[in-house]
Design a protein around this ligand. Structure first.
Ligand SMILES: Nc1ncnc2c1ncn2[C@@H]1O[C@H](COP(=O)(O)OP(=O)(O)O)[C@@H](O)[C@H]1O
Ligand SMILES: [Mg+2]
Length: 185
């Protein structure tokens, strides 16, 4: 296994990139770590992700309550031109948006009792077209979701006196990699 780590030093920006090769097969899986010192920076990151997210992409948003998952969704939608209110579909599970003919579904699976409840809610139908799916609490529907193109792992972090958030982005597919490569470019 070959592992390379490049470390950059920016307050908001690239901290490390890890090309990984396992059993001679090269996985161009990359990871970028960001520190977002306030909500505004969280929204900027979301806009940057949205700028290169292709139709049909699935993005998982993981992290404890309050770590900024819905904020990322709001920044994503607003950067594409949506000007309405964005609130988590905690009880309805899925909120649809149509922006410039692009269908986007926001999932909040926090209240999902068991993964198969997603099936009853018709949740799987949303993955079949060119829709972009932004999914909070994907771990609640294990086995019922497609592979994520991009995974965003959020956590609380203090840095240089700021109560901010850490966001680890990792790509599982070419679509996800395109996002990572172009972020903040
Ligand atoms: N990078 C950040 N730094 C500080 N506060 C943030 C950041 N991102 C989001 N917040 C704030 O955290 C709170 C919870 O955000 P929210 O997106 O609702 O979290 P979640 O959906 O993960 O529960 C909001 O008040 C939001 O403004
Ligand atoms: Mg939320």
């Amino acid at each position: 296994m070959a592992l390379g780590v490049t470390v950059h030093d920016k307050t908001v920006g690239l901290h490390n990139v890890r090309p990984i090769s396992i059993n001679d097969e090269v996985f161009h899986m990359t990871e970028k770590v960001f520190f977002l010192k306030n909500e505004a920076e969280q929204l900027q990151l979301a806009a940057s992700i949205a700028a290169t997210t292709q139709p049909g992409s699935v993005i998982f948003l993981e992290g404890d309550l309050g770590t900024g998952k819905t904020t990322l969704v709001r920044g994503f939608l607003q950067s594409l031109g949506f000007s309405g209110n964005v609130k988590s579909p905690t009880y309805t599970l899925i909120e649809p948006y149509l922006i410039d003919n692009q269908q986007i579904y926001h999932f909040d699976l926090y209240r999902l009792g068991t993964p198969d409840e997603l099936e009853y809610a018709g949740g799987r139908d949303y993955f079949e077209q060119d829709a972009i799916c932004l999914i909070e609490w994907p771990e609640k529907a294990k086995g019922y979701l497609p592979v994520a193109d991009l995974l965003c792992k959020l956590s609380y972090k203090n840095q240089a006196g700021a109560q901010g958030r850490c966001c680890v982005l990792s790509a599982n597919t070419d679509k996800g990699q395109t996002i990572l490569q172009n972020i903040f470019n």
